[in-house]
Design a protein around this ligand. Structure first.
Ligand SMILES: Nc1ncnc2c1ncn2[C@@H]1O[C@H](COP(=O)(O)OP(=O)(O)OP(=O)(O)O)[C@@H](O)[C@H]1O
Length: 509
């Protein structure tokens, strides 16, 4: 089994689908883990997952398989994430919330309510003290909005050593029982951005995240474990053309597609051995899911599909996404225990300017002036704000900046490689031409070939230099991870001479 549990759920045919295609469905069941679907060339493809929930599956079946392990892990300080993915109308929200978060019978009750119920049952039965906090946000047009306080409409995503990735400033409501949680969730759900497309009259156009932070402590030694559960109801993954969208709705669809393709790119990078350059920062969604997909979390993906042949292309694309995700190998580990659950503001009440000056002067003690300027510029460009609550954020920001630099260097290497290959092709063509053209043109061509050979040599040299820099950057990043913030900054920027970085635009002229 991969570290991301991947399941598929086919909802029952809708009335409209039944009217159009009768009882026909797009898959042939094999067993509880696999089925056959015809691909675009009408060829049979077998898909296998950790579990397949067919049309008659109950909400409790989905919950028991996907969510039960995540609840017990959260209590033990391991983060858990459940994501529902699929085209509009495929059953993502139904699986997550049921027909209504507040009023539905036991049979139809969704994952969220079941999870909340079990969480409180488990916590009450333990002898330790605990607290549960709820946040609810949506990512809409690449902005993170607080669904529990709509005045906060552009929250920033941050990272700290103790909390991992978190949404700074998101409202956190302490909840003490299930009904308390559901009341607040229903308020948040009412605030979700809902638009209309031809595919689903009440289609949710945003990614919705329900976040539960569980602090669970032993009364004897006051050690507290913190586990976070994130439930993600993604916006529809259908192709833009099929939505019939125009204007604002078209912009929405494009942005949704962008963040979902960023999610696809992250999964591709995680499954094709490019772990050093996983583009988590390419979208808000992937940044928030970084811990979930990158290792520090137990993750589950529910791929929701329509069973109708009319939606077969979308279902096929959802199934391929699920297959790819299954290949991710992650290893969940618990967030370090905190002895005291009150977060102490390390830098007291310093304002941002004071803090920035302090940090920059600290960096100046160990770095060259031009490196400090470069770091400051990169921080500004990346929108990295110094958080008065945590010097660890600055440390991590250095790491982020470093990894960005490495990405850019790798990109430069790839581009150079491409150019070298192009030039090589031109040279071959030129040589061939020399051999085949009339002799009177050979002189001119030889000259041209010599020029191209020179250029190729030059590019090859640049490529070698760039590859050398990228390799050193990777080594330095690894060394820096072990050696702490100051050492990290020094190693990272000190080792590359400015003259080498300048051609790639990392050092101002
Ligand atoms: N397993 C199921 N059993 C019965 N009805 C279902 C099931 N799954 C989905 N439905 C129904 O199908 C319709 C569409 O489902 P839902 O709203 O959950 O889709 P969605 O994937 O969340 O769409 P969107 O991306 O637009 O939010 C709803 O009317 C829902 O009640």
């Amino acid at each position: 089994m991969s570290n991301v549990t991947v399941c598929v759920r086919f909802r029952p045919l809708s009335h409209k689908e039944r009217k159009a295609n009768g009882d026909n469905v797009c898959f042939r069941k094999l067993d509880s883990e696999s089925f056959v679907v015809k691909d675009e060339r009408e060829e049979d493809v077998i898909f296998s997952f950790d579990k397949v929930f067919y049309e008659d599956a109950q909400q409790s079946d989905v919950y028991n398989f996907l969510a039960v392990p995540i609840v017990s892990d959260a209590i033990n300080g391991i983060n858990g994430t459940i994501i529902t993915y699929g085209q509009t109308g495929a059953g993502k929200t139904y699986s997550m919330e049921g027909p209504s978060i507040l009023h539905c019978n036991e049979q139809k009750t969704g994952l969220v309510q079941r999870l909340v119920d079990e969480l409180f049952v488990c916590l009450r039965s333990s002898a330790s003290t605990w607290t549960v906090k709820l946040s609810m946000v949506e990512i809409y047009l690449e902005k993170v909005r607080d669904l529990l306080d709509l005045s906060k409409d552009n929250l920033q995503i941050k990272e700290s050593k103790t909390q991992g990735i978190y949404i700074a400033g998101a409202t956190e409501i302490s909840i003490v029982n299930s009904s308390d949680a559901l009341e607040n969730l229903s308020q948040g759900i009412a605030n979700r951005a809902v638009g209309e497309t031809q595919m689903n009259l009440a289609s949710s156009r945003s990614h919705c995240l329900y976040i539960f932070s569980v602090q669970h402590g032993s009364t004897s030694d006051e050690r507290v474990k913190v586990g976070k559960i994130i439930l993600v109801d993604l916006a529809g993954s259908e192709k833009v053309e099929k939505t019939g969208a125009e204007g604002r709705v078209l912009d929405e669809a494009k942005t949704i597609n962008k963040s979902l393709s960023a999610l696809g790119n992250v999964i591709n990078a995680l499954t094709t051995g490019k772990q050093n350059h996983v583009p988590f920062r390419d979208s808000k969604l992937t940044r928030i899911l970084q811990d979930a997909l990158g290792g520090n979390s137990r993750a589950a993906l529910l791929c929701c599909c329509s069973p109708s042949p009319s939606n077969a292309p979308e279902s096929l694309s959802t199934l391929r996404f699920g297959t790819r995700t299954k290949l991710i190998k992650a290893s969940p580990k618990s967030i370090p225990e905190v002895v005291d659950n009150v977060k102490k503001p390390i830098l007291g009440t310093l304002d941002q300017d004071d803090l920035r000056d302090r940090i920059l002067s600290k960096l100046r003690l160990s770095l060259k002036e031009e490196d400090v300027d470069l770091l400051e510029e990169l921080f500004l460009q990346e929108g990295i704000i110094f958080d008065p609550n945590s010097i660890a954020d600055v440390d991590l920001a250095c790491q982020d900046t470093a990894s960005e630099e490495i990405s850019l260097l790798m990109q430069a290497v790839e581009e150079l490689k491409g150019t070298v290959e192009e030039v090589a092709v031109v040279i071959v063509v030129q040589m061939y031409t020399c051999l085949t053209w009339p002799s009177r043109l050979q002189g001119a061509n030889s000259h041209c070939t010599l020029q191209l050979t020179d250029e190729n040599e030059k590019l090859r040299h640049e490529l070698e230099v760039a590859q050398e820099i990228a390799a050193q950057a990777q080594l330095a990043a690894a060394a820096a991870a072990a050696a702490g913030a100051e050492a990290r900054s020094r190693t990272l920027l000190g080792f590359v001479p400015a003259a080498l970085l300048r051609p790639f635009g990392f050092v101002p002229d």
